[in-house]
Design a protein around this ligand. Sequence first.
Ligand code: AMP
Ligand code: FE
Ligand code: FE
Ligand code: ZN
Length: 313
Amino acid sequence: MIDLHTHSTVSDGSESPGRIVELAAEAGCTALALTDHDSLAGLDEAGRVAAGLGVRLVPGCEVSCRKPAPPPGAPRIEGSVHVLVYFVEPGEGPLQDELVKLRGDRAVRNEELAARLVELGTGVTYEDVLAEAGDEKGMGRPHFARALVKAGAAEDIDDAFDRWLADGRPAYVPKGRLDPSDVARLAHQSGGVAVMAHPLSTGLGPRHLERLVADLASGGGRGGNGGRGGNGKSDHLDHLHHLDGIDGIEAVYSSYTPDQRTLLRRMAARLGLVATGGSDFHGSFKPGLFVGTGRGDLRVPDDVLEALEARRR
Ligand code: AMP
Ligand code: FE
Ligand code: FE
Ligand code: ZN
C-alpha cells in the first residue's frame, strides 16, 4: 500500500513532514509521496525519517493550475485543476525555478487577501493568519479559513471557503498560476512526471472530462481565461511520446466512491495513463482523512509507483 498525495506544515497541512512519514509507516505504507503546494522544502526532513523507518519517500509537490479552455462542446470549467509532480528533488531545475515564482505570487496574494478581510470587517488580520501558518512560507487559504473560524466569521473551514475564500466569494484574490501543460513540461525537464490530481474537482461530467484528460495527456490544456490560445499539438501521434502531457490521473482518491474510482481507472487505461491514488491528507485542515487509508477505504497498490517510474525519461 502506498499514498501519493499528502500535505505537511510546509504548506497547508497541520503535521510536520517527519510526522507524516511516521503516520504512513503506522498505516502500513511501503511508499509515501509528500506533495506540498508549490514547495519541495519538506522533503529533506521527510527523507531522513523515511530512511529510518524503511518507507520509500517519493519527492513531490502539487501545483494549482490555470483552468484550461474546455474541450469542444464542453462547458466552461467551474472547478479546479491541480497537477501533482513526482520524482523532482529540491535543488536546481526548471520546475524548481517556477516554484520560487509561484511562492512569490502566493506571498503577494496573501497580503492582498488579508487586506481584503480587514476591509470586509471580518476582524481577521495578517498576524492572525500568520499565527495559524507558523511562518509566511507555506501560508495559504486554509490558514485564513482557520483564522476566520477563530474570529467567529465562519463555522468551520469549509464554511470559511463558502462564505469568504472560494473563487467568486468576497475575499477571493487570484494568484499566479501555470497551465497544466507547463507543469507537465517542467516536471519532465526536471526529471519527474506529472499527474492530474482529483480529476472530478474540475466539475466536468465523464465524457467531457475524458476529452479534457486526453487533451492534457497530449500536452494541451491551455488557453483558458482568455489565455494563450490553442496549443498546436493535436497531432494524433503526440500521446505516444507524451512530451508535454500528463502521465497519469488520480483515480483512487479519499472522497471518491468505488464507482468514481472505477470510472477514472478505466479512463486512465483507455488513454494509456497511469491511474494513481492518494489521501490528500492535510491533518486537522481536512478532518477525517488519514495517511494511507483516506476515509478508511483507500488502498493504493504498490505497483502504481512502478508504473509511474516507467514514465520517467
Ligand atoms: P491556496 O493554494 O492558498 O489558494 O489554497 C488552496 C487550498 O485550499 C487547497 O489546496 C485546499 O487545501 C484548500 N481548499 C480549496 N478550496 C477549498 C474548499 N472549498 N473547502 C476547503 N478547503 C479548500
Ligand atoms: Fe491544500
Ligand atoms: Fe489539490
Ligand atoms: Zn492536495
